[in-house]
Every structure is written in C-alpha cells, then in structure tokens.
Design a protein around this ligand. Structure first.
Ligand code: UD1
Ligand code: CA
Length: 459
C-alpha cells in the first residue's frame, strides 16, 4: 500500500467574506470551518498532515490543537500553487500520494476522499482531482477536456474565454498527486494569468502535456464539494451541514419534530428517545441524555442534561449540569456554573447562577438563586431572592435539606438556613437560622376594624 500524506490549505484571507476574521475561522455549526476537512481526512490514517498557514497564521493555528499536525507558513498569499510549494518542507523525504484539500471545503466526507484514493491508485494516475457538475458554476475553475474527453486543464473563472464560460464541470479543489510529480512540477508554475497568482490548477495542464495520467473523479453531489468563498455560500454550507447533523441524530433514535426550525451544533450528543420540539437550539459541547423532552424555543449551550429530564419552552441554559428526571422552565434561566440534581423542579421566571440545587428541591416561580447551595427537598417560595452581592463581593447562601422558604423572602448572604427550618413569607433574613426553627422578619399586621365606615362618615 502506498503511503498517503495530506496538505490542508488555510493560508488565504478569504477576501470575499469581507471580514476581519480569517475565512477558515468562521464557524459552521459551531465549529471553525477549517476543522472539518481535517476531521474527514483522519480516518484515512495519513502518514503526515501539513496545515498551511498564511494570513493571520497564528490565529488560525489556534483551532488546530492536535499535536500530530505539522505546520508550514506561506509568508505572502501568491496563490494556491505557491501555497502548496510552501507546504512541501514538512513533506521532505515523503514518497507516496499527496492529498491536497482546501480549508474552505467543509462538507467533504471521508467516503469521498477514500473513493478518490482508491480510484487514483487503481488508475495508476499521476494526478486525480474531484470535479462536479454545477448548474451555476460561477466562481469555480472549469474543467477542460480534449476531443476524446480526456481532462487537459482547468481554467479559472477570471481567465475564462468565450465558450469556456458554458462549461458546467467544475474543479472542486480536492487533488491527489503522486509525490514525485508534485515535487518536481511546482517550480514550473508561472503567474501568467489575470490574478498574477501561482495556480495549483495549472499542474493539471502540465501533467497532461507531459503525458502523465490525469483524470477527474466526478462527484454526483455538488453540495458536498462546494467551496465557501462568500457569506452566502457560508449559509448554504451551514444549511447542508445542519441537515446532515439532524439526519444523523434522527437515524440514531432522536425525534426532531421540525428539522427546519431546530438548530444543533456539530458535536452535540443527544440520547435515544429524546424528543426535540420546534425552535430548540443546542449549542457547543452539550450532551442531552435519553428520553428527554426539549420544548419549543429552548436554548441550551455547553451543558449536560440527564436522562428523562424535560426542558420546557423558552428556557435558557448555559454551562450547567442538570440531573435526571428534572423539569426546568418554562421561561427559566440557568446561567453558568449550575448543578441541578435529580428530580429538581425549576419553574417560570426563575434565574439560577453558580448554584448547586440538590435532589427533589422545588423553585417554581419568580426567584433569583445566585451563589447558593440548596439542599434536598427544599421548597423555595415564589419571589425568593438571594441577595448575593454587597456592592463589592459575592457571598454564598446555604439552605440545608428540608427547609421551607416562604414566598417573597430575601436571603442576605452570607447566610445559612438550617435543616427543616421555616422562613415566614415576606422575611428579610440577615442572620443564620438554626435547624428546625421558624424565622420571620416582618412588622406585625395591624387591623383597624370599621376603618372604612369611619372614613366615609368623615367625608
Ligand atoms: C480554487 C481553485 C478553483 C476551484 C475552487 C474550488 C485555484 C487557482 N483555483 O479557487 O479551480 O474551482 O478552488 O473551491 O486553485 N490559499 C492559500 N494561499 C493562497 C491562496 C489560497 O493558502 O495564496 C488557500 C485558501 O485559504 C483556501 C484555498 O487555498 O483554503 C483555496 O483558495 P481560494 O482563493 O478560495 O481559491 P478559489 O478561488 O476558490
Ligand atoms: Ca475557495
């Protein structure tokens, strides 16, 4: 078996994106676009993978954390041919096939790359590249064929002449080269074109003229091999990737009521028999367990949701861990750092931040729980507020197991409410409450009998 190495081109600025952010850093389903080609290439077990950096190289390098990757630098962006020439240094001494991919072709699959390698080796080609038929080929290099239908070159959009514009077979920018040919031919590229760039695509004509075996593997799905050059194409790629993610989840046993309004980032995991209602969004490295329900419009980011839990409509959860069989929302907000245990119920208009809420506790209406540890089986009455900030520092509130916090209570932290203690409604608690005690702080009720009649008679 011949050896395989890979070059991923990520040196361009991506001018057509009109952005301060290098193109390959633009997120696609939550992941920088440049990471996708690398993921697809991994299962081919290449001997070496070189990432070619250029424009804003250090920033781009940040998304490639894998220590096995090799990096090369292109000091000036003089075209894709120049980029590959700059990437050859780490491939010194390598003999075999070199797969060249662009960082802006994110939808390419392992299956297609494997087919390309197989085809190239079976045909004993010098150069094989992927082409596809596009209804709107604008912006892509067009594949030139001679009278016998053999590939003899690729002409770039900007250099197209006359009839060539009508060619619908385009170059997808995915190439497999025999390393000897690549090594000796890169130096022959010239900048004699409209863009004054070294075009990698000129190697196709060079190989053909030399009598080398060149062919295109024509892919039937133009979407998979599309390049992202503009934000319009970014949104098209996003839609296609999103469809792929949702389909994968549905086939693995997740019900998605309305895929067209559901949004799930690449890498989110969802367990079997979970039902996702319209408008739900799951972001980052979120993991949702089995048999959960995620209702309309819920937004969950970087969080874990245990089995059998229901996240009700319009709830927002960030960087938190929710246990099993809990119910959160509707309209609840869990800010970062929450740990919510099994069977907890958090209801409407409850905000929780950096708090641990233990098993079976309920906070059903209109409360703020911040920097708190709330024990098991606690009842938090409507309108309870932890006053965790004194204007300078944050303080913790501790409520022990079985306590009952009456409605409209302010717990002025730092403060502890003991086990099974009761707090009367409307209290402002500034000192610790011992276990089993009742604490209340409110003026006693004054009732004046017959007051209304007396007032009326005065008028
Ligand atoms: C390229 C092909 C075109 C093909 C299309 C497919 C050339 C000359 N043209 O055009 O035939 O149809 O891809 O998507 O190759 N890059 C560098 N350094 C540079 C220039 C580019 O690293 O100096 C990188 C870019 O970051 C990008 C890739 O190479 O990842 C492709 O460059 P891009 O400018 O997008 O090429 P296209 O115009 O799309
Ligand atoms: Ca491109």
């Amino acid at each position: 078996m011949k050896a395989l190495s890979v070059i991923v081109l990520a040196g361009g600025k991506g001018k057509r994106m009109r952005s301060g952010l290098p193109k390959v850093l633009h997120p696609l389903c939550g992941v920088p676009m440049g990471r996708y080609p690398l993921e697809s290439v991994r299962p081919l077990r290449p001997e070496r993978i070189v990432v070619l950096l250029g424009h804003d190289g250090e920033r781009v390098k940040g998304i490639f954390k894998d220590s096995s990757l090799l990096f090369a630098h292109q000091p000036e962006q003089l075209g894709t041919g120049h980029a590959v020439a700059c990437a050859m240094e780490p491939l010194k001494g390598f003999r075999g096939d070199v797969l060249v991919l662009s960082g802006d072709v994110p939808l390419i699959t392992t299956t297609t790359l494997k087919a390309l390698v197989r085809f190239h080796r079976r045909e004993k080609n010098t150069l094989t590249f992927v082409s596809t038929i596009m209804e709107k080929p604008h912006g892509y290099g067009r594949v030139l064929r001679d009278e016998e239908g053999r590939v003899c070159g690729v002409v770039e959009e900007k250099d197209i002449k006359g009839q060539e514009r009508a060619i619908s077979e385009v170059n997808a920018g995915i190439y497999l080269f025999c390393s000897e040919f690549l090594g000796k031919s890169l130096g022959r590229l010239r900048r004699t074109n409209r863009q004054k760039e070294y075009y990698l695509t000129d190697l196709i004509q060079i190989a053909f003229e030399e009598g080398g075996k060149v062919s295109a593997l024509t892919h039937s799905d133009p979407v998979e091999v599309m390049g992202v050059n503009t934000r319009v194409e970014l949104s098209e790629a996003e839609r296609a990737m999103q469809e792929r993610i949702l389909e994968g989840l549905m086939l693995s046993g997740v019900t998605i009521k309305d895929p067209s309004s559901t949004y799930i980032d690449h890498g989110v995991k969802v367990g079997r028999d979970t039902v996702i209602q319209p408008g739900a969004c799951l972001y980052g490295d979120t993991v949702v367990g089995r048999g959960c329900t995620i209702e309309e419009g819920a937004r969950i980011e970087g969080s874990r949701i245990g089995d059998g839990t229901t996240i009700r409509s319009y709830t927002v959860i960030e960087a938190s861990r929710i246990g099993r069989e809990a119910t959160i929302g509707p309209f609840a907000r869990l800010r970062p750092g929450c740990r919510v245990d099994r069977g907890v119920r958090i209801g409407n208009f409850v905000e929780v931040k950096n708090s641990h809420i233990k098993e079976g506790t309920k906070a059903n209406h209109h409360s703020y729980i911040g920097d708190a540890t709330i024990g098991k089986g606690v009842n938090i009455g409507a309108g309870t507020i932890t006053c965790n900030y004194d204007g300078r520092r944050k303080h913790r509130t501790i409520v022990k197991d079985g306590a009952f916090i009456g409605s409209d209570t302010q717990l002025v932290a730092p403060v502890t409410v003991g086990r099974n203690a009761y707090i009367g409604a409307g209290s402002t608690i500034t000192r610790d409450v011992p276990a089993g005690a009742l604490a209340l702080s409110r003026p006693e009720q004054k009732t004046i009998n017959g007051w209304v009649r007396k007032r009326n008679s005065r008028e």
